[in-house]
Design a protein around this ligand. Structure first.
Ligand code: NAP
Length: 338
């Protein structure tokens, strides 16, 4: 009986992902095996790395398979349990298929206690987003009190968290984003300066915002924005290469070279994947939870309603339509099945 829907990758994009690359199709309702649970999707996280997984070559990640459902961080409700590990009504998070109803192994799920923090925080500030900002900044960037930290993509999920963590560390933060409401958010979150990179005189504005140069550059975007940051690096600066969203839709990306700037500043530049820190996730979550409870850390969410809106929410990341974390609400807990 087909009263379930899923989202499949049907064509690999060469540039911007669009509606002809994904399709929503009907599929059968799953029946959980002994030891499994039946899940109903509640919230889906859309993330820039998903665009990289749409390519045929996505190393070190596994490419999404053609004509198979996409998957990613999500929150679901347990509708039926055939496992002693979870009960009907539990709210869980995990890497789930973009399918409204799925059967899953409880071993791949984590129960969320929504009395401690809103459930959606598991998909951002108390999840991989927060951990990315925490480890990238604290383990690679290592900001010292009074140092200047520049953060690109600062109005997004990782960036807005990094702005706050750098502020907690006592650094002077300069955030970069592409919309005025993001600029206002970055300032509200504690940055000394926030700059819209669409300004005609962006490079000069950045230089003026960093009169003592740049000690840490937390880079979420790469491209021309980073080209403007490299000449400002101070001696022994640290460049945290967290992401490069400006290049994800470009089969070839060529820009000014940064080697001479690293050489001149004796800077280090390090890329990372948050999963490199898997063994230290409890440490990161402990700090993030503490700061959240102490109101030193907050978060912004952009929530779109409806399973069928998931593709547009993903595409919107590349047009900057989100402020803070982009989520899609698919259903409410306890909602009657249609
Ligand atoms: P996000 O920042 O919430 O959303 C993406 C934002 O990127 C958009 O809102 C847009 O903001 C900006 N953007 C899109 N296209 C751009 C372009 N061509 N040039 C400049 N900015 C552009 O996404 P997120 O989840 O927090 O991820 C941020 C970055 O971190 C991504 O590069 C992602 O791949 C990376 N990441 C890395 C790890 C890791 O383990 N290393 C983990 C998570 C995320 P504007 O309006 O400001 O343009």
């Amino acid at each position: 009986m087909a009263n379930n829907r899923e989202i499949l990758l049907v064509k690999r994009p060469r540039k911007e992902p669009a509606s002809d690359h994904l399709t929503i199709t009907e599929t059968d309702m799953p029946v959980p095996d002994e030891g499994e649970v039946l899940l109903r999707l509640l919230y889906v996280s859309v993330d820039p790395y998903m665009r990289c997984r749409m390519n045929e070559e996505a190393s070190p990640m596994t490419p999404f398979e053609l004509n198979q459902p996409l998957e990613g961080g999500a929150i679901a409700e347990v509708l039926e349990s055939r496992s002693p590990k979870l009960n009907a009504g539990d709210i869980v998070t995990g890497n789930l298929l973009w399918r409204e109803y799925s059967a899953a192994d409880p071993g791949s799920l984590r129960r969320i206690d929504a009395s401690l923090a809103p459930a959606t925080t598991a998909l951002h500030v108390l999840g991989l987003t927060g951990l990315t900002a925490y480890f990238g900044l604290m383990d690679i960037g290592k900001p010292q009190e009074g140092e200047t930290v520049v953060i690109s993509g600062a109005g997004g999920a990782v960036g807005s968290t990094a702005v706050q963590i750098a502020t907690i560390a006592g650094a002077r933060v300069v955030g970069i984003a592409g919309r005025e409401d993001k600029v206002e958010l970055i300032q509200k979150l504690g940055a000394a300066e926030a700059i819209n990179y669409h300004e005609a005189d962006f490079s000069q504005a950045l230089q003026a915002a960093c009169p003592e140069g740049v000690d840490v550059y937390f880079d979420n975007v790469g491209g021309e924005i980073s080209d403007a940051v490299y000449p400002l690096l101070n001696k022994f600066a640290r460049v945290v290469q967290c992401g490069a969203i400006s290049s994800y839709n470009k089969p070839h990306d060529q820009g000014p070279r940064h080697q001479k700037h690293l050489l001149a500043s004796s800077a280090i530049m390090k890329g990372f994947a948050v999963h490199d820190y898997r063994d230290r996730f409890p440490e990161g979550l402990q700090f993030l939870t503490k700061w959240l409870n102490e109101d030193k850390l907050t978060y912004e969410e952009t929530i779109i309603e409806g399973f069928e809106q998931i593709p547009d929410a993903l595409f919107g990341l590349f047009r900057g339509t989100n402020i803070g974390k982009q989520l899609v609400r698919v259903a409410k807990p306890g909602q009657e099945k249609e």
